[in-house]
Design a protein around this ligand. Structure first.
Ligand code: PMP
Length: 355
């Protein structure tokens, strides 16, 4: 730590980017919930074209993207704000809307806790019930801002729209943030509730179903007033947060929904097949509405499975913490070919473990 750093940053706990991206060349990457498919050819062509005009600043309001997303979701462009990945949107929301504290499930996207700590807000974690987010546990939020990933990560389980509505309607004094990073793989979007509630923010990303994790593009949809608040914070600290190539690529991806749907279908089919195959090998695998599976083996530990796969140049996500999930691993669904290799390695390892 340099002597120039502000004392308040002396003990930061940054997000664990254990993707080990640089050292992972030649590995099958089933550890960071990316899409194994390249972006739509339209997204790539649009980005290439936009590169010709990089001498100009990008549009701070992403107007073309906002118009398209508004049309797709039956809302107004003014209800949408874009972020450099949905992580930035989450960070803007933590910065501006957690004065009374935050609450989120004890097993969920680890970034919520990191952001709460960074912004200096008090937070509580709410237990899952059989790995599910139970709406009845969220009845007394006392004005805390609630962050719920739906479907949840790393469990993969989705809440129904009815359950989400119970959380929103029983907490009129709280802002409810529904993080829909994986919604395209299953689950019902809370966008349908935007017209009914003014304490709801729905967060989305281009990183998963639209194969653009490296482009960094996310957005949120909410009522006009909250959108303007978030926009004000964004325009104060990072007005040109979305670069022109990313904006263009995003528009290209949205113009090619057929490509996205085809890839989502493939991932869902491979996911469901992989789940059955893993169950046959003695794995307990949670149902999944996402592009990943959360699984635990009857005899092998989570760490053993992670190590065997790593030796075979396949990366999955192992959670040493919290201890309650240390025997569970999160496996991103790759291409059918990648999953075939994964399953062969798993079959060999689990048969060996039986001997
Ligand atoms: N929310 C959840 C639940 C996630 O798993 C992720 C991806 N790690 C994100 C948000 C952030 O995604 P991005 O910043 O790439 O949009």
């Amino acid at each position: 730590m340099s002597k120039f750093l502000h004392a308040k940053y002396s003990s930061l706990t940054p997000y664990d980017t254990s993707g080990e991206i640089e050292s992972m060349k030649g590995y099958i990457r089933l550890n960071t919930n990316e899409s194994p498919f390249p972006p739509s050819p339209k997204a790539i062509a649009h980005a290439h074209e936009a590169a010709q005009s990089l001498n100009y600043y990008s549009d701070p309001e992403c107007r073309l993207l906002a118009a398209k997303i508004a049309e797709m979701n039956g809302i107004k462009p003014s209800q949408i704000v874009f972020g450099n990945g949905s992580d930035e949107i989450l960070s803007l929301i933590f910065a501006g809307f957690c004065e009374k504290g935050a609450a989120f499930p004890d097993i969920t996207y680890s970034f919520y806790k990191i952001l709460a700590k960074f912004h200096g807000f008090d937070y509580i974690t709410v237990p899952l019930k059989n790995f599910r987010v139970d709406p009845s546990y969220y009845r007394n939020a006392n004005g805390r801002t609630l962050f719920i990933a739906n479907p949840n990560a790393p469990t993969g389980i989705a809440m129904s729209l009815n359950e989400i509505e119970q959380v929103i309607s029983s907490n009129p004094a709280s802002l409810i943030v529904i993080d829909e990073a994986y919604i395209d793989y299953g689950g019902e979007s809370s966008v349908a509730l935007l017209g009914k509630y003014d304490n709801l923010v729905v967060v989305r990303t281009f990183s998963k179903s639209r194969s653009m994790a490296g482009a960094r593009l996310g957005w949120c949809m909410t009522c006009d007033e909250i959108a303007q608040d978030i926009r004000n914070i964004k325009d104060t600290i990072t007005p040109y947060n979305i670069n022109a190539m990313t904006q263009a690529a995003g528009l290209g991806a949205l113009e090619d929904e057929e490509y996205t749907s085809k890839n989502v279908e493939t991932i869902r089919r491979v996911r469901d097949n992989t789940r059955v195959r893993l169950q046959e090998m003695g794995f307990d695998v949670l149902e999944s509405s996402t592009n990943f599976l959360f699984a635990r083996h009857e005899t092998m530990s989570g760490e053993e499975i992670f190590s065997v796969l790593k030796k075979n140049r396949i990366m999955i996500r192992h959670f040493a913490n919290p201890p309650a999930i240390s025997d569970w691993n999160r496996i991103t669904i790759g291409t059918p070919e990648q999953m075939q290799i994964f399953l062969e390695v798993m079959k060999g390892a689990t048969e060996n473990a039986k001997k």
